[in-house]
Design a protein around this ligand. Structure first.
Ligand code: GLP
Length: 241
C-alpha cells in the first residue's frame, strides 16, 4: 500500500485529480469507479477545471458509482444521481449513457443488485476506483459486519452513518434508512484503488485502517488484501500517524 501525505484538502484533491487525469489520458476508454460524499468533491472540481483548461476528454470512458440511497429518485437533490450530475457529469463531456449508478428507486431492488453486478462485469470491471471512508470504516455503504465476500447488495444504514450524512438533509428523519452498495468483494475486484482521507474527523478511522487488524468489523481493512491501493491523506487525517 502506498501512502501520499498532503498538507490539506486542496492538495489531496489535486494529487488524486492528477492521477485520474493521467489514467484517462493513457487509457481514454477506461472504467472509472466513482464515489460521493464531501471527500471527492475537490477531485471532481480538479477534473472539471482540467477538462476546461487542458481538454481532457471523457467521451470514451465509462463510470460506475459505488452506491445510492434507497427510496430517492434520480431527481431528488439528495440522491447520488443528482450529486454526480451537479458535481461532475454536467461539467465534462460525458453522456448519461456512459455513467452508471445503482437505481435506489427500482421496483425490484434485489434484481437491481444483480443487474448492477452484471453490468460491472460487462464493462470489464473497474480500472480505477475512487473511495472515501466513513468514520466507522465503511467503504461505499458497506457498514461494519459486512462480509468481505459481499457483492452489490441492499444495506441498512448504521445510525452513526445516517447522523454523519444528515448534514445534507433537512433533518435526520429524512435520511434514508437503506441503500444499495457495491459489495466489498466487488470493490476489491477493481484493478486499482485510490482511497482519500481528509480531516480530523477521519483521523481515528485512518489510524485503525493503517495500524489495525483486518476485520469485517472495520470494512476498509479489506483493502489490505488488495495489491494496488494508494491512500492520499491530508495532515489533519494523519494526526495519529
Ligand atoms: C458516505 C458514502 C461513502 C463515503 C463516506 C464518507 O456515506 N456512501 O461512499 O465515502 O460516506 O463521506 P464523506 O466524504 O462525506 O465524509
Amino acid at each position: 500500500m502506498k501512502l501520499i501525505r498532503t498538507e490539506n484538502y486542496a492538495e489531496m484533491s489535486v494529487e488524486a485529480g492528477k492521477i485520474i487525469v493521467d489514467k484517462i489520458r493513457s487509457n481514454p476508454s477506461l472504467t472509472l469507479g466513482l464515489a460521493t460524499g464531501s471527500t471527492p468533491k475537490g477531485v471532481y472540481n480538479y477534473l472539471i477545471q482540467d477538462h476546461k483548461a487542458d481538454g481532457t476528454s471523457y467521451q470514451q470512458m465509462k463510470s460506475v458509482n459505488l452506491d445510492e440511497y434507497i427510496g430517492l429518485k434520480a431527481q431528488d437533490t439528495n440522491s447520488y444521481h443528482y450529486f454526480m450530475r451537479q458535481n461532475l457529469f454536467n461539467h465534462i463531456d460525458i453522456n448519461e449513457n456512459q455513467t452508471h449508478i445503482p437505481n435506489g428507486a427500482a421496483d425490484d431492488l434485489e434484481q437491481e443488485c444483480v443487474r448492477y453486478e452484471q453490468l460491472i462485469k460487462e464493462l470489464g470491471g473497474v480500472d480505477l476506483q475512487l473511495l472515501g471512508i466513513g468514520q466507522n470504516g465503511h467503504i461505499g455503504f458497506n457498514e461494519p459486519g459486512t462480509p468481505f465476500s459481499s457483492r452489490t447488495h441492499i444495506v441498512t444504514l448504521a445510525e452513526n452513518t445516517r447522523i454523519a450524512n444528515s448534514r445534507f438533509f433537512n433533518s435526520l428523519e429524512e435520511v434514508p434508512t437503506h441503500a444499495i452498495t457495491m459489495g466489498i468483494a466487488s470493490i476489491l475486484e477493481s484493478k486499482e484503488i485510490l482511497l482519500l482521507v481528509s480531516g480530523e474527523k477521519k483521523s481515528e478511522a485512518l489510524l485503525k485502517f493503517m495500524n489495525g487488524d483486518i476485520s469485517e468489523e472495520f470494512p476498509a481493512s479489506a483493502l489490505k488484501h488488495h495489491q494496488n491501493v494508494t491512500v492520499i491523506a491530508d495532515r489533519d487525517a494523519l494526526k495519529y500517524i
